[in-house]
Design a protein around this ligand. Sequence first.
Ligand SMILES: Cc1ncc(COP(=O)(O)O)c(C=O)c1O
Length: 580
Amino acid sequence: MSDKTVSAGAYFLGPKSENASWLRSEFQAVLDRWFDWRRALFADDPSPLPEQVRLSPDFLAEREIMAQRVRELTELMAGEVPKYTPRYIGHMVSELSVPALLGHFATLLHNPNNTSRDVARVSGRVEDEAIAMLAGMVGYDPAAAQGHFTSGGTLANFEGVWRARYRMDHCLSLGLCIAERSGEQLDPVASAHMDWSRFSELAAAHDISEAELRAASSVLGNPFEIAARISAASGRDWRGPVLLVPGNKHFSWLKAANVFGLGEEAFWPVALDAQGRLSLPALNATIARAHSEGRPVLAVISVAGTTEAGEIDPVDAVCDRLDEYRQSGLHIWHHVDAAWGGFLCAMLGGDAEDRLEAGARSALKAIRRANSVTLDPHKLGYVPYSCGAFLVRDRDSYANSLFAAPYIDRAAANDRWMMTLEGSRSGAGAAAVWLTGKTLTFGPDRFGRIMAGTIDSRIFFSRALRDGNPLVRLLEPADSNIVCFSLARPGDTLSEANARTARAFAGFVPDPAFSVSRTVLAAENYGEMINTHVAGYDGVVDAPTLVLIRSVFMNPFWENEDFRAALMPEFLARLEAHMN
Ligand SMILES: Cc1ncc(COP(=O)(O)O)c(C=O)c1O
């Protein structure tokens, strides 16, 4: 299977339900096996629903009402946003894949709760295998990597912060205990950034007990009292760690700072370069500033596929820089938010990877070097909501809330509830990923081909837009499969261009022919990129924001040449009508 190039059309229902009869029979087969399973188990038990009950008038009347209500609901749903059609290029959602639908449905019927093997003895194993598949896709060693499925990218990002905080809290507690006992001055930055092997070495050398560590933990103890102790031991007011997030971040990161009680002040945005990606000089300067203020870096976040425009931060250069810190004993946690772009890793290692620009390719290849990563199967994985995934590269990095050294903190390995922020978790998303991995497989000629097709679609659409309307100003470069553009005449002010772009977008909103989205970039984060964009039409920057129409190319049928050739002229005509 994995050495054959994929026939993508076989894996989706098709915009006109072209694969309906096959899919119907597969759904039917899943249902039949579920019915049979129930009949065969405890086959000798008496039935509480004998035929005379099932055929009674009351019973039949109840069923009729249910059938009517089901019809009512499905008719209601016919008014739902039609996200399956290639005409939907609005947000990060599109057609679901057939394996994902079947995996989801087949598991839903058994209703496993992956919080514990007690209630998910098969589904828990399926989750482990699916996590290993995703780990292999991003380049982690599947045998060493750990992780679990979450309700989405937001929660997966929180899981990253939780782990980073766990390690930092342990290390800082140890540093505090040693300083208080020895009377030597505490260096919070050096202590907070030690790794687990140094932690074990120092804890043993100074014979620090778990009880002492617990009493010095700002997570387990009173954070205000611990802060006062750190201030006293370091001879400097302790202001806590900072979280470094590029200016292109998703707002889940602000939520994380809020939820983990860091305070918004501790959320330090790292400036972007003219391409809208994390700027390395800015990262260097921000880390240096934090350390000079005596504040450790809780984590550096880089983004592989930004929400706004799909840009991919230079993850490789960030890893190189953090390796240099590591050589001087400072281990800074690196989390890659690949909620959007993570599945593009499936292209790596085959011809498909040539569709990526060199920078994006190197960045995606470097995800394997990060401590932890967020993926969102419910985006480019074509899996139903809600399904995110959190992965770490090794067991030590998976440690979270139990206050014990990582090498003994492993009792929970089989019971996920200890390891996840969420409690009850459906196994359906994990199974959807598992079946995708077992059928499509996440290799470059298979799932990677579908991803390459989404990039081809973006390239086709961008060129056709630019050639079809002289006012189209593409936001460049585009690293993945999202097209953003504004509408400007040569010499326009940014306000004039913004007004025209906003007008065109407003025209698309009620138009059933195509769904697009809108994004607004603020000069505060995207200043350089906005200047370059406006300079492209000899315009004048007179506004603090850039309004863009945004189209997300993930629907696999945009790759079909006849199909897109038929749709594109219609899109251009609508654009022309809406902007005037
Ligand atoms: C880069 C990025 N990170 C995180 C998220 C949050 O994901 P979710 O909506 O699944 O919680 C998104 C959602 O669009 C995203 O684009």
